[in-house]
Design a protein around this ligand. Structure first.
Ligand code: SAH
Length: 224
């Protein structure tokens, strides 16, 4: 494998393995997700000055006032997104709002057939696209747009994962959820955000389950 991806010292495979054991101890059970976390080199998504901290279980700055999510949160949201799938089945179409550096996108790309990801900061999206390309991933489609609107042309989605927090759940995202599909979204103001899992039922009602209290950057409007 390319040297840049394998890493050395604090970015080595051993550092990744230790992180995975920590995630397991924190309650992540899905072996497919743990395996994805073991494989994906998180350090390439982070500025070199901070890369020695890439396999700590912590959020880190990625510029433009944004962060790469904490590994536990990435694993937890992915697990909650996919937990009701019958064994052996994978999600076909997943929408991610808030590409950021693209780390969560790459974890999803190893677990679902096709990922659609939307970001409102063009410089971040450009960088994420370079990572997808250098990792040889061909099942990710990106869009520079306001994620409050979802990606209606590509819906409905089996799963929607939102990595920035709106004050309330955008109706467009609910509309773009397939029947039986699941939306994972942090909702609320800074300091009082709750992670919600929302499932669209066969009668077109929505079942909402509150999960953990979380801390995400706010979901903003418009493009940068
Ligand atoms: N998924 C990232 C987390 C990125 S932080 C990871 O793997 O670490 C959240 C991202 O959401 C930021 O890049 C921010 O610019 C983006 N964001 C905020 N509001 C948005 C909106 N309305 N539409 C699209 N992206 C948005």
């Amino acid at each position: 494998m390319n040297k840049r991806f394998t890493g050395i010292g604090m970015t080595s495979q051993r550092a990744r393995d230790r992180l995975v054991e920590k995630l397991r101890a924190m309650g992540i059970r899905d072996e497919g997700i743990l395996d994805a976390m073991r494989r994906v080199p998180r350090h390439i998504f982070i500025d070199e000055a901070l890369s020695s901290r890439a396999y700590e279980n912590t959020a880190l700055p990625i510029g433009y006032g944004q962060t790469i999510s904490q590994p536990y949160i990435v694993a937890r949201m992915t697990e909650a997104l996919m937990q009701e799938l019958p064994p052996g089945q994978t999600m076909k179409r997943v929408l991610e709002i808030g590409t950021g550096c693209g780390y969560q996108t790459v974890i999803l790309a190893g677990l679902a057939e096709r990922i659609y990801t939307v970001e409102r900061i063009s410089a971040l999206l450009d960088r994420a696209r370079e990572h997808f390309h250098s990792l040889g991933l061909r099942n990710i489609r990106t869009k520079y747009a306001d994620g409050n609107l979802g990606w209606p042309e590509q819906g409905p989605f089996d799963g929607i994962l939102v990595t920035a927090a709106p004050i309330g759940v955008p109706q467009q995202l609910l509309d773009q959820l397939a029947v039986g599909g699941r939306l994972l979204i942090p909702v609320g103001r800074s300091g009082e955000q709750k992670l919600l899992a929302i499932t669209r039922k066969a009668d077109d009602s929505y079942e909402e389950t509150p999960l953990d209290m979380v801390s995400f950057v706010p979901m903003l409007e418009g493009l940068v």
